[in-house]
Ligand binder design. Structure first.
Ligand code: NAP
Length: 248
């Protein structure tokens, strides 16, 4: 048996588990951080919650006899990615990073690149008055002091309390989001600015296409750089091949 741990919380992680689960000789364990109450559940064994840093993950890999580690977390889950690299080095368990490609600018796109949520927050009042803010709940605090911009915020789940923003409306939604629906939403709320992470992926590309159609600027928060020296693929088929080459 080859035991594979997939660090998840993304569509790709679920899809990869679906591809690998049930194959003879493979045992799949998926790991979720536990941020959402109703996550997309992958097939196979699922564990939830942090490991206790890189050392905790290393100990888990050894204790659970994991043979292969696949980090399929979100492009912005930088801490988990670092922990996976360290745990792999210290345990000798081979690591693959599965990370979806970033979006590419197309003619008509008006992107303003920001290096961080804080830089995006500084740029926001310069570029708009009614912003569609799609960074996710973790990064909203960077926008807390802004008085001259009203925000439309979309979150997957109901937050526990009021958002740390001065002027906003909250809507709930889980992708995929099509371009036509995103365009209608942005028109309905008179949006003149989109703020997004450079997450990549087709399922949430609709807002980027809609901003292009509506000629709206996009403040795009640049994704963390990929580290050197680890195996990296951007699609499921390549990840499956990586596993096939290493499975016993
Ligand atoms: P992060 O900052 O890189 O990680 C913070 C801590 O959360 C990690 O140190 C780890 O705790 C725990 N953790 C993260 N992913 C985990 C996993 N798959 N299984 C078990 N523990 C995990 O991550 P984040 O940005 O908060 O993202 C949390 C989760 O949400 C990730 O799984 C990610 O794929 C998903 N997600 C993130 C974003 C985003 O924009 N950041 C968007 C969509 C989905 P310990 O150190 O205790 O092990």
């Amino acid at each position: 048996m080859t035991r594979i741990l997939i660090l998840g919380g993304t569509r790709e992680a679920v899809e990869l588990a679906q591809h690998l689960h049930g194959r003879p000789g493979l045992e799949i364990v998926s790991s979720l951080a536990g941020r959402t109450h109703t996550p997309h559940m992958p097939p196979g064994e699922v564990r939830v919650g942090g490991f206790g840093g890189a050392v905790g993950l290393r100990d888990y890999l050894v204790r659970e006899h994991i043979d292969l580690l696949i980090d399929a977390t979100h492009p912005f889950a930088e801490r988990m990615r670092g922990n996976a690299i360290q745990a792999s080095r210290e345990s000798g368990v081979p690591l693959l990073r599965l990370e979806r490609s970033a979006w590419r600018q197309q003619p008509g796109d008006r992107w303003i690149m920001a290096e961080s949520p804080e830089e995006a927050a500084r740029a926001a009042p310069i570029h708009g008055k009614r912003a569609f803010l799609t960074t996710g709940v973790k990064d909203l605090a960077a926008f807390r002091d802004i008085d001259s911009v009203w925000f439309l915020v979309r979150l997957v789940e109901e937050p526990e309390g009021p958002l740390p923003l001065r002027h906003y409306e909250l809507i709930r939604g889980r992708g995929p989001f099509g371009a036509a629906d995103e365009e209608a939403l942005m028109r309905r709320h008179n949006i003149d600015l989109l703020i997004s992470k450079e997450s990549g992926g087709e399922s949430i590309y609709g807002k980027i296409a809609a901003a292009r159609t509506l000629n709206i600027p996009v403040i795009m928060i640049r994704r963390p750089k990929l580290p050197d020296g680890i195996d990296i693929v951007s699609d499921i088929d390549a990840a499956v091949s990586w596993v096939e080459q290493r499975a016993r």
